[in-house]
Ligand binder design. Sequence first.
Ligand code: SF4
Length: 820
Amino acid sequence: MALKPLPESIRDYDKVVATTCSNMCEASCGMLVYVKNGRVVDIYGDPENPINKGALCPKGSGAFQHIYNPLRVKYPMIRETLDDELKRVSWDNALDFAAKRLIELRDDYGPEALMIHRTGRSDFLWKLGGSRFGRIFGTPNVVGQGPICCESPGVAANYVHGAKDLGRLMNPNTDWIHSRCILIAGANIANNHPVEMQWVLDAKERGAKVIVIDPRFNTTMAKADIAMRLRPNTDAALVMAMINVILKEDLYNHEFAEKWIHGLDEWRPLIDAMPPARAADITWVPEETIIEAARTFAANTPALVTGNLGTAQTYNSNNINRCYMILVALTGSIGVRGGGWNWLHNCRPPLNAGKDLAQLPPIKKPVVSNKLIGWADVSAANFPNAIFTQKPYPIRGVWWNGNMLAQMPFTQKYAAAFKKNVDIAIHNTFHPNFTYHHAHVVFPITSWVEREGLCHHGDNRLMAWFNQCIEENWECRNDIDVIVGLADRIFGKREGLKWFPWRRKDNPDLVDMAAATDWFNKQESFTAGCTKKTLDPETTPKGGVMWPAATEEEAMKYEFPDAKIRGKYVMYQDEPYPESDPPQRFPTPSGKIEIACQSLKDIGWDYLPQHHEGGHTPVSDPEDFKEHPVILCTGRPVSSFHEMGHWWPWCDELEPDRYIQIHPQLAEVLGIEDGNYVKLESMRSEIDGYAWVTEETDPRQVWVYCSTDEYQPFVPGITNRNVSWVIDDIITDPVYNQAEFKAQLVLVWKKGTDKKEALRKTHEFLKRFPEYPVDREKELGAYVNGVAMKGAPTWDKKTKKVVWNGKAAEDGNVLPFTDD
Ligand code: SF4
């Protein structure tokens, strides 16, 4: 029997504030924060908020342990070199120190020597304030977390649907109950997005079919009508085979396809070449399951597809996401209730750091990037090489937040590059994490209950407001206060006030959060109606506003009588897309959903979506396969998000050990039992953890969760290095440079046993499975075929060196890299 939720806290309180959970994931749950004498005493899910209906995940419920965590960084700190101890100073001293170093950096190396990196725990004003500061300072290197996170699907949506910027969710979760089939790809929603899983389960109770595609039999798959456990990075082959069935059996929506899809006939030969039997060999999914899934998806419309990191952090990400989009389109489930391509996370609106920046002279140097597209977040993975090699020009300053250093692929290389060549590293932080330990200046930052602001990249194309519930703890300030503090010192007070004018009346060194947020939102028509006045859950209907909302009037309207959230509830209805010129439903060059994409062809990528092997698979890298014969796939647990979660006890208790999931058959061969201490090695480095022997993972694959940090408490006995230590930073998705976190070759063995013997036994074990029947000419990735785009780093297997701009790298890119 379900427990009845209590209507209010049983604790003694004198104030309750309606607010929104921020920066710990992108669901934007409504919260009621109970306060007594200026201290948070309880946190409840807000039952009136339509998104979470009173529910919270463990991070939200345990957030007061974050707010009052004794481990939080409480004061500004500085040090001359990374070998010195950090020492506590005043805010003025820390800002003076950082400003002096940044001025020296600009004078000695040019402004482009500074990289500003905004992360998934960023608030809106750090993102836009960071961009604005970077533009005025003169650096093109303003970086987002997208290329190591999940923005590649948004990039694909731009080409297929013509989304402005990274719009990638059509229908919100609250609409999913109208779906008759929900396909979930590469997202363990039941575990990582539990408040959103309730909408999937509600739809299932109403009769919707649920299809789950994932490399692991996870909690979400346990609820599936059809479960497909596939080899990582092979979704394109799987979906093309589903489309093969749908076209052959004439199960698609002809009317929609003829009117709104461009390039289907051109794609047919590739689809014909991918029958379910062939896809079964490539993907590990049985032929009959692929056929059943295709028939189910096509027969139960409106159908929708949702997903997350699984289709983003992988080599063929662009094509994989194009395939999923076309699958939905072929059923005609676009622009209708219950349908849509509804990718979670980073569904952010177009953002604008200020129209007035156009008056500045152009930035002199090009950005450090080797992705094919010339827009969206700059490639984070490029920066270790630039810092190491100081090419194409020196990068000697880094300013970032979150715990980015621990999350960068090939972490230890980045860390070593820091020690070697970075003169000023500034870190806005909550915790004394790995990144903190590589900083010259540390600024303590407020949590979301200590400030007000905007959640702007929610899972539901959502803008939501969070209210300040208590005063700032210790000496914490907001990210944007660091930005204006440095602007005042570097550009001069007058210029600082000119470019960052929204100051608090009681203290002009600090920013008026609401005024600054409204100012930035007004710079962009998609967000102009999203102001504190229209978003505040204390004074407006709960749940926020779905962008685009060009005016405050638009932001206050519900699109359908039963729509649960205000604003634009369903995108791509049969009407012109906002601002489309000429007016078109799909603002692509053809005016239709594009299977065949000339714009991608023009930048050197595939005209038609197709399957490509990743950079590190048994097929594409047989040499590395000899040494590392098991496929590593990674994911995220609910208790962790960037640096949030594992730093406080309740969340850590949920997943206290950094485990390595390994199938019982492989475990038996290697003499590994549940709970044994095991080692895992890739061509890059080594991590450790405790074995979780489980059938969740395929026998040929192991699974490890990400976002750990060797400095975080509570996990005894292992190094607790993040899995990014073993992730390659060179072979990435060519279109957007998304790092490959889903398919990396590794070797696993029990600590204290012979590693070479483990390698021999693993190869012996793998002989039980069929070989991979890949067409080497067509399906190997661009890097493997040696046709990488001009200027991109490629990997010369003979010399074991990375080749960059036609020359073997002299430093940093030499394999194997050691972290001595
Ligand atoms: S972390 Fe995400 S799911 Fe959890 S309470 Fe906050 S918004 Fe909701």
